[in-house]
Design a protein around this ligand. Sequence first.
Ligand code: ZN
Length: 289
Amino acid sequence: MSAEHIKLPGLVDPHVHLREPGATHKENFETGTMAAIAGGFTTILDMPNNPEPTTSPQALQRKIVLAGNRIYCDVGFHLGATAEGVEYFEQVKDQVFGLKIYMNHTTGTLLMEDENELNRVFSRWPGVRPIIIHAEGKTLATAIMLSRLNNKKLHVAHVATEEDIKMVREAKEEGLPVSCEVTPHHLFLTETDVQTLGPFGIIKPSLKTEKDRRALWENLDLGVIDMIATDHAPHTKEEKLSENPPFGVPGLETALPLLLTAVAEGKLTLDQIVKLTSTNPRKIFGIGN
Ligand SMILES: [Zn+2]
């Protein structure tokens, strides 16, 4: 490719773990939003699974106050779903960009497994903005079923396998209000990379097979995948090198260089980057509305 100027809109990352409050030795609102700007992101949406989870109006307010004048890009928040939290939904629905439900084990204490409780959460969410789920395999099928049953917008976080992307594709073909994202690490790495990455390759969902990775690229081309989200989840080096390395890797500063490399290699177009990292996330999460 010849040297030319590339103009991109400010990128949007709807899946970021900023670590404040409760784990500021890993990152805080200042360092996280600086990383975002350095990586080309001007809007990020912060996940709720902090040590003090964002599951109530009080916890949400605390984050808004903490972020205050310490952020370098636009920051929005997601609410974390709990069985007890449904009573707050009406009150906070206009202050958040989505409701996150953890249906598979990951970092934090927000796991929800009881199908009746899940159905209550789906039915009570006011529904202008999407329900975001961490769900893999069988639990993804349950989430799609609950979305169909309650006619609620569903956004599937970090789809990683051929099986899961097929479920999302079929849900879309059925006409359900379903969208999804993939992470750069699932697009560019596989389980064999864990051998060289060691604990730095420990993430949720885990790195998958080459066949899974290829299925993600195919569905990117088919337009089944709506956006690329980093799932930025930094830890300290000591933590990652410990006996029990926590899940997650940072992504805000590496996503765009990886995507531009893919453009240079003819695997992606600039138009796709704009759609996947700006147009679609703005539309799906109602950013700027
Ligand atoms: Zn995440």
